[in-house]
Structures are given as C-alpha cells and as structure tokens.
Design a binder for this molecule. Structure first.
Ligand code: SF4
Length: 367
C-alpha cells in the first residue's frame, strides 16, 4: 500500500467495495493527496458534468505526487486540453459508429456483437473511446434494454460470440452479472463470451474474493480482455488479481492503446509487454488511439506506432508482440498495421529486411 493511504487498515485497502465507495471525485479530495497543477485544477472544474473524474484510491496510489507528467496522472486526472476547441473539432463522440438500432448493441462483424452493460467505471480514463457515456450518469443496463439485446442475438444465429463491455461489466452486482451470463448461455448458438474489463488495472481488489470468480467460472468458457497501458500498472495487486482469474481457467488478453506522452516510446512499450508476459497476460492488440471528442490530444502518428512495432520485433518473443491495429472511420472495422519487411519481389526472388535491418535475398517457389 502506498504511504499516501497508510492510515487505512489493510483489510479496507484490499476490499473492492471500499475502493469503489472511496473513489476520489472532487478537486478538494484529490488535493488532499497530491499537489495539482493549474491545468489539472482547471481541468477538473471545467470537465464536471461533461467528462467527470473518478479515481480509486488504489489507482491514485500509483501516481507520482510530484510529477504532473506521470503516466497514471495523465490517464486519470482531467486537464483543460480535453475541452480545447481545436482538439474537440478533430474528434467525434462516437467515432466508431457504435450506436445502432438497439441501444447499447453493436453488430459490426457477422459472428459477434458488443453489448454495453453499464456506464459505470471504477476510474474514468481520460483517453476512453466511450467518453460519450461519461455524462450519462452511472447506470446498469435495464431489464427492458437487455431483453431487446437478447431478442436481437436470438434472431441472429450467425452470432457466436458476445463481448460484454461498458463501462465496466465487472462492476455490475454479482446478481446482475450472473443473470446476464445465464441468459446468454441459454442461447444455443452462443459459443464464446468475452468480457472487457479494466478492473485488474484500476481496482484489482475485485478479484481478491471468490464471489465474482465463482460467477465467471460457472459460465465458462469466458475470456477476459483487459487494458494495461503502462508498466507502472503491473503491480503486486494486479498480479494477484490476474493469478486468481487464471486459476479459474479464464484466459486474459490485453489491449493497449497507443497514447501520446504515456506509452508512445519503444522502451516503455517493450517493458510493458515483458511485464505482461511475466504475469501471464497475453498482449493481443496495440490500438491506434481513435479520434474521440475529448481525447484527441492523446493521438500520435502511425509512424510512431510502426517504429514501436519494429523495436519490439527481435527484442521480445513472438507471443509477447501485440497486433498493432487501427479502427477505420465510420465503423468499417479494424485493420492490422505492420512494418514492411518484404521490400521487393521479382518472380521467385524476394528481398526481405530482417528485424535488425539486414537485407536478405530469398528465392521462394512452389516445389
Ligand atoms: S475502464 Fe474502460 S470503459 Fe471505463 S473509462 Fe476506462 S477505458 Fe473507458
């Protein structure tokens, strides 16, 4: 536990409900822990009601109280740049066109759907691609809305996979989560349930008690997609949470977002991927940051992403390298982005560039 919170007993610190009940939501509360910059102070005040703030004591404890450029601070504390007109004009609330006919349901690829099950998150990440939901209040999907989602899935037998998203679905009550998973499991063509959650990063205490783990295990096979962005987030608590989830036979994939000033650095990304593998979390995607209103200032160039991917190759084993991908505008889906290793081809003769920059000629033909 950080010295900032050493006055609280360890039993409270390890209690998920305590972490949620004691989220820091105001400038005054935050200032009692760390010295804020004028930009942060104004950011907290001016984003109220638009992009509000909430930070768990645990996530706050990871911040460097002296460094305004600390990567945890940049992800959790509002800054006025979020409302900067120039940046705002470059973004859209729903850049990926997720909202469709059924509220909270996105059906982009034939075999899978995404369901938004709550607008609640333990921390409101400043770069969130669903920043539009921050101002909607903290509420779980209603029975009526969930019925509509279920009806849609039942009438589309090609749907084999559902991604529960939000907000953070694992902040739902155990009872509600169990109900949602039970209903989905009754659908004969439902093969895979995936849950997008950032709780291993923001409030890993959620997985310290068996309640939620029992529910997840009961509805196996379940996959978890989580969202570590920086090596500082891989703590003993995060490791304990991951270990408890894995013990229940639930694989964990990680989706990192490439964020300017936070992880747009080859060395930081290498360290992140190494640490993820060391706690047995598989790096799945490195996403190029989407043009989301209020988060455009986190965007960097494709060249930066490709430079990072080049750096990873050869310095870390293949299973630790994520797929770098970008979501195309208008909801057209993800495409992978790769550095170019095949430089020329002439008939059967190919010229490749190796991971460390050597030019290699290679004859390849069918036998
Ligand atoms: S936990 Fe996920 S959905 Fe919630 S604010 Fe953070 S990135 Fe967005």
């Amino acid at each position: 536990m950080s010295r900032l919170f050493s006055k609280f007993p360890i039993e409270l610190w390890r209690d998920y409900n305590w972490q949620i009940q004691n989220r820091i939501k105001t400038r005054e509360e935050l200032e009692s822990y760390i010295k804020l910059t004028p930009e942060e102070k104004e950011g907290i005040e001016r984003t109220k009601g638009i992009y509000p703030m909430a930070i768990t004591p645990y996530y706050l404890s990871l911040m460097d109280p002296e460094d305004p450029k600390d990567p945890i601070r940049l992800q959790a504390i509002p800054r006025i740049v979020e409302l900067d007109e120039k940046f705002q004009s470059l973004g859209e609330p729903d850049a990926l066109k997720e909202e469709g006919e059924i509220p909270g349901l996105t059906h982009r690829y034939p075999d899978r759907v995404l369901l938004q099950t709550t607008t609640f998150c333990a921390v409101y990440c400043r770069h969130c691609m669903r920043k539009r939901i921050f101002s909607q209040g903290e509420k779980a999907v209603s029975h009526q809305q969930f019925d509509l989602m279920l009806g849609y899935i039942k009438s589309h037998p090609e749907i084999r996979e559902v991604l529960l998203s939000g907000g953070d679905p694992l902040t739902l009550s155990g009872e509600k989560l169990d109900f949602i998973l039970s209903e989905l499991r009754k659908i004969p063509h439902m093969e895979v349930i995936r849950i997008g959650t950032r709780l291993p990063v923001l409030a890993p205490q959620r997985f310290f008690k068996p309640e939620i783990l029992d529910i997840l295990e009961k509805h196996s096979p379940i996959w978890i997609s989580t969202h570590f962005n920086h090596p500082k987030e891989i703590t003993p608590e995060a490791k304990e949470a991951v270990e408890n989830i894995l013990r229940r036979g639930i694989p964990i994939l990680n989706q990192t977002v490439l964020l300017k000033g936070i992880n747009d650095d080859p060395q930081i990304m290498l360290e992140l991927m190494r640490k993820l593998i060391s706690i047995k979390v598989k790096p799945q995607y490195l996403f190029h940051c989407d043009p989301i209103k209020g988060a455009v200032h986190f965007r960097t160039t494709i060249d930066k992403g490709l430079e990072i991917m080049e750096y990873l190759r050869g310095r870390i084993s293949g299973h630790a390298i994520p797929t770098y991908a970008i979501d195309l505008p208008g909801g057209k889906g993800k495409v992978p982005l790769l550095p170019n290793y095949l430089l020329e081809r002439d008939g059967t003769k190919h010229i490749f560039r190796s991971w460390n920059g050597q030019m290699v000629s290679y004859e390849i033909c069918e036998p």
